[in-house]
Ligand binder design. Structure first.
Ligand code: ZN
Length: 284
């Protein structure tokens, strides 16, 4: 096998770890086995040649750096002087020979020093050993951490005014001039939510999870009658920790968290028998 990258984990002479931010692969007496191939498709962003052992300022000597389609980079260092066979801007793939294993730069003997990083700099180098046997761009790009903020959008309906405009988080409250609220619709931009309302003088209506004022079944909570309580529960998605809760209130009562009944909470927001005229919610 003459492919140095990919199928070459048996040639490791020094593992990744500590100050060694790459993996070293040994050379073979059969020169045909010292051709260095690109890990997978990408564009050459650095192609340095012309350096002997102990020359150059980076320590890498003659090297090639490739940017892959998923935003990750691979670097192939200590190539033999005069063998770098690609140019900056060239599109290469796993069949492209980049150069021959050498000892240019700060190399203790002849070997390939292979690095993988999540950006072009050297601070973001990760363990390259998994990429000795698989293509870098088969992997999803390193996910950028999603914002942990969850936005909640909601609106209410009154008999007199119909559906009122949407409110986001605590920028305002939903409701209008002490008009009794009959229906509520709530949505979140991450995770999911369930909610229900209690009809004044009646019962709790079924939980709903959707947000669509034209969907009488699951698009909003309410049946057109005045309500006196609201219950909301927020489901935190896997990529957001710690867990968040729906924090909500009606009228000028205190905030309720999800359906909790601890710390003096009722499990819902509202007082049976009293019309709900204002509603506010945030996810925290
Ligand atoms: Zn090394």
């Amino acid at each position: 096998m003459d492919r140095v990258i990919n199928e070459s984990s048996q040639r490791i002479t020094q593992h990744f770890g500590g100050d060694h931010r790459g993996v070293d692969l040994g050379w073979r007496t059969d020169e045909s086995q010292n051709k260095v191939h690109a890990n997978c498709k990408g564009t050459v962003v650095d192609a340095i040649d012309g350096l002997n052992r102990h020359e150059g300022s980076t320590g890498w000597g003659n090297y090639v750096c490739i940017k892959h389609g998923n935003g990750m980079y691979s670097r192939y260092a200590h190539l033999r002087k005069g063998t770098v066979a690609v140019k900056v801007g060239q599109v290469v793939d796993e069949n492209t020979v980049l150069g021959i294993i050498g000892d240019s730069g700060d190399a203790d003997g002849r070997h390939l020093h292979f690095e993988v990083s999540t950006d072009h700099g050297s601070a973001s180098r990760i363990n390259p050993e998994p990429y000795l046997t698989k293509a870098i761009s088969d992997n999803a790009p390193t996910p950028t951490p999603s914002s942990k903020n969850v936005n909640v959008i909601y609106r209410v309906k009154t008999k007199k005014h119909g559906w009122l405009t949407e409110v986001k988080n605590l920028t305002d409250y939903a409701g209008y001039e002490n008009s009794p609220i009959t229906d509520v619709a709530i949505k979140v931009d991450k995770g999911s939510i369930k909610y229900r309302v209690h009809v004044r003088g009646g019962n709790w209506l079924p939980w709903v999870t959707g947000y669509n004022i034209n969907d009488i079944k699951n698009g909003y909570a309410g049946n057109g009658c005045e309500i006196d309580a609201i219950q909301v529960y927020y489901y935190t998605p896997d990529d957001i920790r710690p867990f968040k809760k729906a924090k909500y209130k009606v009228n000028n009562y205190s905030f309720q968290h999800d359906t909790e009944t601890t710390n003096g909470q009722d499990g819902y927001a509202g007082v049976y028998g009293v019309n709900v005229t204002k509603f506010q919610i945030v996810i925290e």
